[in-house]
Write a protein that binds this ligand. Sequence first.
Ligand code: ADP
Ligand code: MG
Length: 325
Amino acid sequence: MKQARPTLRAQNISKSFGTNPVLTGIDIDLYPGEWLGILGESGSGKSTLLRILGRFLDAEQGDVIFKGNALKPVSGELMPGHDAIKLIHQEFELFPNQTVAENIAYSLRFYEEAYRTEKVAELLDMTALHYVSGQKAKLLSGGEKQRTAIAKALAELPEVLLLDEPFAHLDNHNRRVLADAIEKLRHQQKTGCIFVTHEAADALAWSDRIAVLRNGEIIQIGTPQEVYNNPINSYVAELTGDINWLPGDKGSKQFYIRPEKIKPTKNPEKSKWQGKVEAIRFHGNHWEIRCTKGKEQLSFYRNKPDLEIGQQVMLTYPAKDLKSI
Ligand code: ADP
Ligand code: MG
């Protein structure tokens, strides 16, 4: 993937609102067909970055380069945006009084009817919207609106899709339907995608690479496994998943371990940590067990409720999974 020329490249992008710097020196490349997840907390600059990449907002510094050519500034132009780069905002722009099918077909209005009909059916299929194809957009649920907006954008065969918090505000059912649509999209089309999210689980599940954005700066880029298993600092470690901290024996250096690496043991020779079960929380597909020893705390997961509050436990983990930062 890396050998190809990037489809979209952000080069040293900086942007402030007033005296407030929102993005600083952003460098990212999106390769053909790649899904790049930008993970960052609320206010870290995710939407601003997408608006710059989609040519809805100009950066103060730096370039957005599409297939080797720097994009022209958008200010002063009647039509913001870019034909081959489609941004789907957090508020979707649909025609409220037109049906789902009509909204999608609008993007195909310059094509022959036979092609248009076939393409609309294909997109309804991909986004699981057949059952509401005749429904007016204003009557759709949030999840349906979102999928209609995606289908409408895909009708124009963009080379890059920019999705702003695609999973936010979706219930479990709609999350799964959208996840299925994304899965199909990833396999059937060559569209590259930059999506932003504040949810680590979504970034880990859907990205070929993740870029972590903190206060307007990209602080780490890597595959989901690299970022999760080798976070560059404690901020990334905590942002990407549950974590346990253990005091280090060399000065102030801290050690951390992910909960899924820890298991109880009955063998004192294998035990690396002993403590008391303090809390047991049910999460549906697993139990989270929280143990304490003095000021130290360790959490781990069980797939059955075989421990009790107050019980003393010995815990073990592979030495390589206790890491220092
Ligand atoms: P995110 O999408 O990660 O939540 P945003 O890009 O929306 O973050 O916002 C980043 C920062 O920029 C926030 O502090 C926000 O208040 C500020 N901001 C965003 N848009 C504007 C604007 N049009 N004018 C002034 N400040 C803005
Ligand atoms: Mg946002």
